[in-house]
Write a protein that binds this ligand. Structure first.
Ligand code: AMP
Length: 273
């Protein structure tokens, strides 16, 4: 596996590639969730590339950019053992320039839910992904449904900016107790991990209600909020696959989302129904 630490090295590697390229963009501190994307990528493409870059422009002032977990050695090992062809670990200075065109995520998708609490976050995500897509020129890009709003916004960018790649949404990987894997779970102590289970449990309860035939969103939200008590909830929302808020679940076209704080850690989870 090639370890590429500069844009120049990445460009040279891409120039030497022959065949379809699969790409998994990440911020490193890889866990089983990332690994599921990586394995799918390796199995479906001739060449697989993973990037691990803690992208400063998608963090807001006061967020955890400085303290974001870093596990470079184990990231490299995990990628190598999974059959990845190259890992791109750029340094931040090389990725950004003083004068750049502004990239703005569309208001309709980016000013709600995650974007409402984290204004500018999706602008930063699109900015770094534009750069990475231009460098890697992947046939397929693997992204987790864990970040549902991100998947939709990136799909929208690829479609509307005629970027020649396909976004592949991948299933959420969870601990056996239901907790969605996240690099930020390392911030949680044992007691907080127990509290964090309320997020996945609220989604499970919503799913059970739906299985019983309850499609009314206000009933589903009320049940979820009950399960989430006493956590500080940022939002509970039910949207269609275009991220319009809905009042009645249409099976096969809905996403139930939750964001809540466990201590100072903000966690998100969702369920595609
Ligand atoms: P991150 O390193 O947090 O930026 O995540 C990189 C990619 O991994 C994103 O597409 C995430 O949606 C995806 N991802 C993170 N956690 C999970 C998970 N538990 N299951 C599936 N995909 C995930």
């Amino acid at each position: 596996m090639e370890i590429l630490r500069s844009v120049k090295e990445l460009r040279e590697f891409i120039a030497s590639c022959n065949g379809e390229i699969g790409f998994v963009p990440t911020m490193g501190a890889l866990h089983e969730g990332h690994l599921s994307l990586i394995k799918k990528c390796v199995s479906e493409n001739c060449i697989s590339i993973v990037s691990t870059f803690v992208n400063p422009t998608q963090f807001l002032p006061g967020e955890d950019f400085e303290s974001y977990p870093k596990k470079e050695e184990s990231d490299i090992k995990m990628c190598e053992l999974s059959g990845v062809n190259a890992i791109f670990i750029p340094n931040g200075r090389e990725m950004y320039f003083e004068n750049e065109p502004k990239i703005k995520a569309p208001e309709k998708f980016a000013n709600i839910l995650e974007g409402k609490t984290r204004p500018g976050h999706f602008d930063g995500v699109l900015r770094v992904l534009t750069k990475l897509f231009n460098l890697v020129r992947p046939t397929r890009v693997y992204m987790g449904k864990k970040d549902a709003q991100q998947v939709l916004i990136v799909q929208n960018m690829v479609k509307t900016m005629f970027i020649n790649t396909q976004i592949i949404p991948c299933e959420i990987v969870r601990e056996s107790d239901g907790l969605a894997l996240s690099s930020r779970n390392v911030y949680l102590n044992d007691e907080q991990k127990c509290h964090a289970l309320r997020l996945s449990r609220s989604l499970m309860n919503a799913s059970n209600l739906i299985k019983k035939g309850e499609l009314n969103v206000s009933e589903i939200k009320a049940c979820m909020l009950n399960t989430l008590e006493p956590l500080q909830v940022d939002y509970v929302a039910v949207v269609d696959r275009e991220f319009n808020e809905i009042s009645k679940i249409e099976l096969g076209n809905a996403i139930i989302l939750v964001a809540a704080y466990v201590g100072k850690t903000r966690l998100i989870d969702n369920l595609w129904v």
